[in-house]
Write a protein that binds this ligand. Sequence first.
Ligand SMILES: CC(C)(COP(=O)(O)OP(=O)(O)OC[C@H]1O[C@@H](n2cnc3c(N)ncnc32)[C@H](O)[C@@H]1OP(=O)(O)O)[C@@H](O)C(=O)NCCC(=O)NCCS
Length: 272
Amino acid sequence: MKSLPELFDVDLWVLDLDSIDPALVDRYRALMSADEREQEQRLRFPGGRERHCCTRALARTVLSHYTGVEPRDWVFATNAYGKPDVARPADVAPRFNLSHSGRLVVCAVTRDAEVGVDIEKWREVPKAVELARRFFAPPEASVVERAPSDRRSRDFLRFWTLKESYVKARGVGLLVPLEGFFFELPGQRPPSIGFANPANDDPEAWQFAEFRYADSYQVALAVRRPRIAPLNISIRRTVPLCGVPDPQRLPETPLRRWDLGDGGRPDRRRAD
Ligand SMILES: CC(C)(COP(=O)(O)OP(=O)(O)OC[C@H]1O[C@@H](n2cnc3c(N)ncnc32)[C@H](O)[C@@H]1OP(=O)(O)O)[C@@H](O)C(=O)NCCC(=O)NCCS
């Protein structure tokens, strides 16, 4: 594999759709494969089409950044559960995962570790307790249930993004039953995973991180990497085909939670 000098353990790339000049979307479309253009045609809303083109351009240009492969030369394939990976040229490609919500698209990249990312726009979740009881593991549902009403939606979305990031890293969709694993959100330690059946996976094999972005989004990251190894994460906001800003290494914190202001810069305030 070609050396990837700027790749930290995880690089998180953030694209704000509001920063895209509409003229760029045609250039993004020109990078897409015939399949990707067909997928675009199947989307009913112009906003969905724009996001599709921007997401494809983000994945292609990010992968090219590390490898020198031309953005339009990547060939992707999805597994049986829809997770995209590079089919060609596979020998140089880092691992990646994408997520979108609201006006943000994120792409997490690792050299070779399994990675999953999930972003959710902050919102009130009126049926948080009901949904948590239905979809989460009992210890998680009881945290949401016990949370004061002004924290309930926030706790719900933290669990939701963490769970989704793990499911996405595994890449096998709901073959991973949502009630079969659970997160703890202790105040003084990073989020950690547990399994109802210890034979299903090893909690020590996974690391997680959480970000609050621009006060409006919650992001969770899952990386299959032994819990004892330090995890260096960089973040950068980007506009595909418009230059690559320097990565910003996130400062060490034992909590693995960062409060990022608009533009992705760590804020002094702590996410809790
Ligand atoms: C398919 C699934 C991964 C999509 O998640 P989502 O939150 O709707 O959408 P996101 O924006 O986070 O992610 C979508 C991206 O993930 C990637 N993706 C698709 N299927 C995937 C899979 N099985 N595993 C990992 N990544 C996948 C794709 O790149 C997709 O974007 P694209 O279509 O533009 O390429 C997700 O719905 C899923 O499997 N969910 C099952 C678990 C669940 O219900 N969780 C609820 C929270 S507890």
